[in-house]
Design a protein around this ligand. Structure first.
Ligand SMILES: NC(=O)c1ccc[n+]([C@@H]2O[C@H](COP(=O)([O-])OP(=O)(O)OC[C@H]3O[C@@H](n4cnc5c(N)ncnc54)[C@H](OP(=O)(O)O)[C@@H]3O)[C@@H](O)[C@H]2O)c1
Length: 245
């Protein structure tokens, strides 16, 4: 455990899966931890109850960033944007329009708007600042039946490369990283395995991985993600957890 400091950490989607595992493995004693999600319920964590697929929620999150920073005068601030969705799985010309719109708003738009909100809230602070975006191998490989998910993750990677360059001109800059966590045993994976392989062919691969016990535990990935804070990585780095040595 690292000694007590004034630490503020926001994790979007800490109510389940990787986000809950990140909340359970925070490597700092006494940090103020905030879950940005619909369900909440993670023990010991403040909850900002929002639907991030609704643009009206984004200013609510920005206000929370600013208010807690002002109240806490932190020495370290971290935002891990982890919330994401595969829904709706299926070809872009057949899926439900309302669900598809929500997918684009959450996976593409919310990531950039909340990233922007965090950067502007920490701009001018002298403390250590980290923004970590959770990406996916789907950013690089097209998966049929996951078009808005793949596009959203690709957008996150390019956003991180770009603002990472910008932050290198600031002192101290916010260190902005995109990380793909690998294939994890979570509800999102279960949704993928339940998909029709004719519409989502990659679901076969994940059924095989699960049958062989080859899905990673979210806690293992979470510890790898926390280790990024101490690694010598440039702002704007896009990486996969398996690349870490
Ligand atoms: N699982 C994998 O194999 C895998 C692989 C590569 C990348 N990833 C990425 O890792 C991240 C976490 O995935 P996971 O597998 O842990 O997913 P998960 O088990 O489905 O959990 C998703 C989390 O996102 C939140 N979320 C979803 N829609 C939301 C909304 N509209 N508003 C607010 N929060 C919302 C959920 O909270 P509420 O439902 O409470 O709102 C939940 O806490 C995602 O970005 C995913 O793309 C996962």
């Amino acid at each position: 455990m690292i000694p007590l400091r004034r630490i503020l950490i926001w994790i979007s989607g800490a109510s389940a899966g990787l986000g809950a595992a990140l909340a359970a493995t925070v490597p700092f004693e006494g940090a103020e931890l905030v879950d940005i999600s619909r369900r909440g319920g993670t023990p010991g964590v403040h909850h900002v109850a929002v639907d991030l697929a609704d643009p009206d929620s984004w200013p609510v999150v920005e206000k929370d960033f600013r208010q807690r920073i002002e109240a806490e005068d932190p020495e370290l601030v971290v935002f891990i944007h982890n919330a994401g969705t595969l829904t709706p799985l299926g070809p872009a010309d057949r899926v439900d329009t309302v669900q598809y719109t929500r997918n684009v708003l959450l996976n593409s738009a919310a990531a950039q708007i909340l990233g922007h909100a965090f950067l502007s809230a920490v701009s001018g602070l002298s403390c250590e600042q980290h923004l970590i975006m959770i990406s996916s191998g789907a950013a690089h490989r097209p998966h049929e039946g996951e078009s808005s998910y793949c596009a959203g993750k690709a957008a996150i990677d390019q956003w991180v490369r770009t603002v990472g360059l910008e932050q290198r001109h600031r002192s101290p800059g916010c260190r902005v990283i995109s990380v793909s966590p690998g294939s994890l045993d979570t509800d999102m994976q279960a949704e993928l395995r339940a998909a029709d392989p004719d519409q989502v062919p990659v679901s076969n691969r994940f059924r095989r991985l699960e049958a062989r016990g080859q899905l990673d535990k979210p806690e293992t990935a979470a510890r790898g993600i926390w280790s990024l804070l101490d690694r010598d990585l440039d702002s704007g780095t896009v990486l996969h957890l398996r690349d870490l040595t």
